[in-house]
Ligand binder design. Structure first.
Ligand code: ZN
Ligand code: MN
Length: 259
């Protein structure tokens, strides 16, 4: 049996040894959020976990259990809170959850941690939770945490020609990519059985796009929950995306940890 690198499949003595060996630990924070009629609500947890697992295999890392819940979905990045299926936490809860988990990881001896945050809305809250845990540890000896946010562009935008092949001439920005070319392609590559291919359609960016309105306008997001050209997605694009992102993450790890 090939040794597992998934925390939830490992025993406590194996995890104790892995921490003592200074193996790199990946900790994913995602969200439970609508991703159109063609993708499951778990996209922001499934994709980063699949990517973390691929990266961990390259650097002999371990993948911690995913924090699947994240900050609430906002109109401009995920369609907003009114979609059935989207479940969001308030910011204070995200901060506390991340700080609690990170503190215990540090207490248990993990010293090289990659936090992979997949959900745009999470970014400052996850940072705050990590920062609280690191400061609370008294900056334990040898501790280093690398936090990678929403790495859609990491590895992808630096790969010659890949952006143009993915998006054509009219890349709309990463927020508008929600449930669109990138995520649909990556899901087709990593979890094809979870994609409702007959429900793939093109969408439109939410309105307003440049500023927030509260309460969130119920008709601001496209009814489908798809923001852009999901019909341009393909499994082949997804394979290229995943390998570019994994390469990008491994390059960051080599730079920061010398692994
Ligand atoms: Zn997403
Ligand atoms: Mn999201």
């Amino acid at each position: 049996m090939q040794p597992t690198i998934l925390w939830m499949e490992m025993t406590w003595p194996e995890l104790k040894q892995a921490a003592a060996d200074r193996r790199i630990l990946f900790f994913v924070v995602g969200s439970v959020e609508q991703h159109g009629p063609h993708l499951p609500t778990g996209v922001d947890a499934f994709l980063p976990m699949a990517i973390a697992e691929r990266a961990a295999r390259r650097v002999n890392g371990v993948v911690a259990p995913c924090a699947s819940y994240g900050y609430k979905s906002l109109l401009r990045a995920g369609g907003g809170p009114h979609f059935p299926g989207s479940i969001g936490l308030r910011g204070a809860t995200v901060i506390a959850m991340v700080a609690d988990i990170m503190s215990q990881l540090i207490q248990q001896g993990w010293r090289r941690i990659v936090v992979l945050d997949w959900h745009l809305e999470n970014v400052p809250f996850v940072f705050e939770g990590v920062d609280e845990a690191v400061r609370g540890s008294g900056c334990a000896e040898e501790l280093k945490v690398v936090k990678i946010d929403n790495p859609n562009g990491l590895g992808v935008s630096t790969q010659p020609g890949l952006m143009a092949d993915l998006f054509g001439e009219d890349f709309p920005g990463w927020a508008v990519e929600h449930a669109s070319i990138w995520e649909t392609s990556a899901m087709l590559a990593a979890f094809p059985e979870l994609v409702r291919e007959d429900r793939i359609e093109d969408g439109t960016p939410p309105q307003p796009f440049d500023y927030d309105v509260l309460p969130s306008p119920k008709d601001g997001a496209p009814a489908s929950g798809i923001f852009w050209k999901a019909t341009r997605a393909s499994r082949e694009k997804g394979e290229r995306i995943l390998s570019a992102v994994v390469d990008g993450i491994v390059a960051v790890i080599e730079k920061e940890f010398g692994a």
